[in-house]
Design a protein around this ligand. Structure first.
Ligand code: TTP
Ligand code: MN
Ligand code: MN
Ligand code: MN
Length: 402
């Protein structure tokens, strides 16, 4: 029992990018509750409320002890009235009535299920709900028109809503490395996103691709994607062209934080572990028994096509699974910014940009850092240099889990 007078007060800086947030979280009950309210706000397109709950949760994630009394929260930043009310409710009654009623509301459940489809955002989900569509069955029966992404998302719904493991991410990395090696030797790939922060699972796998010689990366994405497609590794892909140079914002600074790299949203067809062997190269020599993601040459006796239709609807007998993969190509001159921008967490990124703008009069994007006072771009060859430019202590990826 903690005596109020003895309660330890923690000093926590107010920007998440000033803090070290590891994956060890002593306050999961509280942060899960606040994250659920954040998610509900985001699904309802109330982004301001969403960020407020995310910031409150992030402060609790950064604490070295479990919170058991409201007095421990004195002086902590980012805890608004609403978040404090939720925390108090949980500390006193084991659960927050608001969180429980949100979690079990038909609206929240429907928004979760529908936005769980790759290619479906809150706005589309909202529209469908208004049309009486609350679940996948109703969606399939409704006859609404789905775009190509949504069709793939619906088809692979179960796989894509199952967490990707680190082992699967590593297997995908080998495939992407092989693709890159095949089309442009000495191009480099880097695992970004949650896996770079040390997470053991994720909702997708994120890769950055670059080349040590500026300019050599141009045109790389379509070649990588063609190679992957020709080897049967892709169930879906959409490449969006880099428009960074095409956009005319006048001299100097980029107009927004929107990322303009050449990128590919994809769904990989990954052979299951027992099928995969230890190295990708082993897949190339497998023939008779191999299906799915295994590579095959033109002369291969058994192209990986035979039982897909049957496989599709019986995941236990399938020898592959669908995995979401994001690929991003960056020129080497922007690589440090791209890496910082694509490592996350999303809140950490948002806070970095807010810090840059509000505290330093700088604009940070995944491409560059612009100093508004000096009216010039600040170069950086590493993430460390970007933190230095921003006047921040360097926070390694494993401590960016805000
Ligand atoms: P996500 O893959 O959505 O998230 P994550 O990898 O942190 O977590 P999960 O395990 O659920 O996959 O995003 C990875 C990072 O990429 C995140 O910091 C946001 C960033 N990002 C985009 O998603 N889109 C963009 O256009 C830019 C610039 C960055
Ligand atoms: Mn990710
Ligand atoms: Mn995510
Ligand atoms: Mn991603």
């Amino acid at each position: 029992q903690i005596n109020e007078a003895e309660a330890v007060l923690f000093s926590v800086p107010s920007y998440a990018c000033q803090r070290r947030t590891t994956l060890d979280n002593c306050n999961t009950t509280l942060t899960d509750a606040l994250s659920l309210l954040a998610e509900n706000a985001e699904l309802s397109e109330e982004d301001g409320r969403g960020v407020a709950f995310r910031r409150a949760a992030a402060v609790l994630k950064a604490l070295p002890v479990r919170v058991t009394a409201m007095s421990q929260l004195k002086g902590l930043p980012c805890l608004g009235d609403h978040s404090l009310r939720v925390i108090k409710d949980i500390l006193e009654n084991e659960a927050s009535s608001e969180v429980e009623s949100t979690k079990h509301s038909e609206r929240f459940k429907a928004l979760k299920v529908l936005t769980g489809i790759f290619g479906v955002g809150p706005r589309t989900a909202e529209r469908w709900i208004r049309e009486g569509i609350h679940n996948l069955h109703q969606l399939r029966e409704s006859g609404v028109t789905l775009n190509r992404a949504q069709q793939a998302g619906l088809e692979h719904y179960d796989d894509l809503n199952q967490q990707v493991t680190k082992a699967e991410a590593d297997a995908i990395a080998e495939i992407v490395q092989k693709a890159v090696d095949s089309v442009l030797p000495s191009a480099q790939i880097t695992l970004a996103g949650g896996f770079r922060r040390g997470k053991q699972t994720g909702h997708d796998v994120d890769f950055l691709i670059t080349h040590p010689e500026e300019g050599r990366e141009v045109g790389l994405m379509p070649k990588v994607v063609s190679w992957l497609e020709s080897q049967g590794f892709l169930l879906y892909q959409k490449v969006t062209r880099n428009s960074y140079l095409e956009v005319n914002d006048g001299p100097g600074r980029p107009s927004s934080n929107m990322d303009r790299f050449e990128r590919c949203f994809s769904i990989f067809k990954l052979a299951k572990r027992e099928e995969r062997g230890t190295k990708v190269t082993e897949n190339t020599v497998k023939t008779k028994d191999s299906v799915g993601a295994h590579m095959h040459s033109e002369t291969d006796q058994s192209p990986p096509s035979h039982s897909h239709e049957l496989d599709q609807h019986d995941s236990t007998n399938r020898r592959w699974r669908a995995v979401r993969v994001d690929l991003v190509v960056s020129p080497i001159s922007q690589f440090a910014f791209a890496l910082l921008g694509w490592t996350g967490s999303k809140l950490f990124e948002r806070e970095l940009r807010r810090w840059a703008g509000h505290e330093k009069a700088m604009s940070l994007s995944s491409h560059a850092l612009y100093d508004n006072k000096q009216s010039r771009y600040l170069r950086a060859a590493s993430e460390e240099e970007i933190f230095t430019h921003l006047g921040l202590e360097y926070i390694p990826p494993s401590e960016r889990n805000a």
